[in-house]
Each structure stands twice: as C-alpha cells, then as structure tokens.
Design a protein around this ligand. Sequence first.
Ligand code: PLP
Length: 381
Amino acid sequence: MPDVYLDHAATTPVRREALEAMWPYLTGEFGNPSSRHRLGEQAARALDDARARVAAVLGARPAEIVFTSGGTESDNLAVKGIALAAPRGRHVLVAATEHEAVLESADHLERMHGFAVDRLPVDAAGRLASLHPLLREDTTLVSVMLASNEIGTVQPVAELAAEAHAVGARFHTDAVQAAGWLPLDVTALGVDALTISGHKVGAPKGVGALFLRRGVRVEPVVHGGGQERGRRSGTEDVAGAIGLAVALELAEGDRVERADTVERMRDAFIRSVLAVAPEARLTGHPVDRLAANASFCFPGTAGEAVLLQLAERGVLCSSGSACAAGSDEPSHVLTALGLDDATAQTAVRFTLAANTTEDELEHAVLALRASLDALRGLATR
Ligand code: PLP
C-alpha cells in the first residue's frame, strides 16, 4: 500500500481545478496587476475576480478581502495591524491555544509596543466559554481561533465576538483549519477579521487572505508600493489568489456532505484506535471538533517515537502541530488543557480528508498497534 497520508491539517495537495485555473496566469497572462497595459489589466481583472469569489464564500464585500502570503501573515496583519491602528485601548486578549502566528504577534505587541496581553484559559476540552473575567474596558482586540489545528476543538466564536463588541473591542478569528469544514459567513460569526490559508484547502502554499470588515483600520505589516489598498504591499500573487478562490469555492460547495462523511469515518477510526489502544486518550472536545481531526495522547510513549514507528509502516501523521515540529517543548495547546508535560509529549494527531479510505484507516489502526507494541518492546528490553 502507498503511504497513508493522515496529516491534512499540516497541508493538503493542490486541487487539479485550482492548478488548471492558475496555469494561464503563470504563463501567457503573466502580467503585473499594477501595470497599465493590456497584460496588466488582464491580471488586475483576474485578481478582482478571485477577490470577489473569496468574498462570496465568506459573505463579505470584495474590498474587505486582503490577499497575503498565507495564514501566518494574515494573523500578523490582523493582530498587530488592528491593535496598532486602533484609536483606543492598549490591551489584547488571545486564547491560550492560539497558533503561534497569533501568540507571537501578541507577544510582539507587548514587547515592542507596550500593550498588555492576556491569554485566556480553556477548559479540559480546549473550549473557551467566555472572555470574562479577562475582558477589560480598554481591550482593543480579541483573537480566538474558530477551530484548533492540534485538537480540532471548535470555539463559540459568534458568542465570544458579541462579548468583545460589548466593550468596543475588535474581534479576529483564525479560520485556517475551519475553512472547508465549517461555515465561514463573517456576518453570522460577527467577526471583524478572519484569516484563511490556501494550502489547507487545496490551494498552494504561500497564499492566504484576511477578511477585514469595512471601517476596521489596520496598520500594514508589509510596507511598500501600497497594493491591496495600502493594507499589504507587494506585487500580488495573481495565480495564487485564483487558486485560493477556486479551491475555497470547491471546498464550500460540498462542505456539508463531505464533513458528514469524513466525520463518520473519523468516529469509526477513533473507536478502533481506542479499541486497540485502551490506554489512549482522545484530546479535544468529544463533539464540537473538526470532522477530520482525531488527536490522542498515548500515555507511556513518546509522541515523536510513535510518529517514527508509524512512518516506517507507511502512515504519515503528526505529533500535534506540524508548525512546532522539531521542538522538544510540550505543545502549549495540550498543556493549556491541563495535561502535564509528560502526557503532552505523547500526542499524535491524525487528520483525514474526503479521499481517505476505510482500508487506509484500517491499515493505520494496525500500524498503530504494531508501533505501540514495538515501542513497548523497546522500553522493556
Ligand atoms: N493558523 C493555523 C490555525 C494553522 O493551522 C496554520 C498552519 O498550520 C497557520 C495559522 C499558518 O498558516 P500558513 O502555513 O499559511 O502560514
């Protein structure tokens, strides 16, 4: 059997339809959208079209979409950009389980710009019930992700955004992992800013977008020629923007049925894992979690060692977040759930996709049992 890829939260392959739509803008119609000639105008029209299509998926206006180089940049622009441009307040509130792109941006505001930053604690399932008691009258910005990259837990963003707005704070959500799985309607969510990333939804790496509600001012992070209405300078990645638009539309098109199918497969997989490894513990919320996420702790092992064993058996997954891979530190997300450092080091995350098959999952379960046995053997030797 070829490798079983169960790491779709780390990245996804580019969809053929996205690649085909991008191709002309990488070859014959390669113009710079700022050029004032035919090729440039063609590129500008293509960029407008991509912007309108991304906006439509989010229920936003085209002018509210800023194309960026990905989720990390969108998070940076939202957190630093909104806080620095805000006329009021010097306090920023982020969930303790945010992606590093949000946490490090908030830390930068604290270190370099004198903001006060608080991290909101979550419950044992990774949920945030309320912004209280940390929400303050001078809170400028709140950033809480829609769904976790590590444990898949979905946050009650609409309720949290309403709480933030009651004190006049802006609300940003990182929807990188939610895209393609949960509704992204920015009006229903009530958010002022929302981050998406291309490579998690079948578009290439290195392209993303930030929804910025009309009227929300932002201090640019990338300065230069004033593209993207001055909010993000740099020649736009026209082909990437088109790829993002196409992939996002396709993901939205079959989202409900796909999430349903994948969730059923995922639930069966969780049951099988717990059957062959009764010591395993599912991390994250049992119900309010992304359809494709099955993340566990395997007490008595090391997550990294399980990964290596699984990889030898042709099963590719990750130890939580691919972004922090290589670090020996326990995941800040798992410790925020209240797990001790040793248990947090035993995490393994499997993330499925619509084309994951039952055969692949069966193989993964057998490989997992064999991997745990091999490690136990090593431990008792
Ligand atoms: N936010 C979340 C929740 C993510 O999972 C990731 C990527 O893993 C990012 C942000 C960063 O996105 P990108 O890889 O496009 O910079």
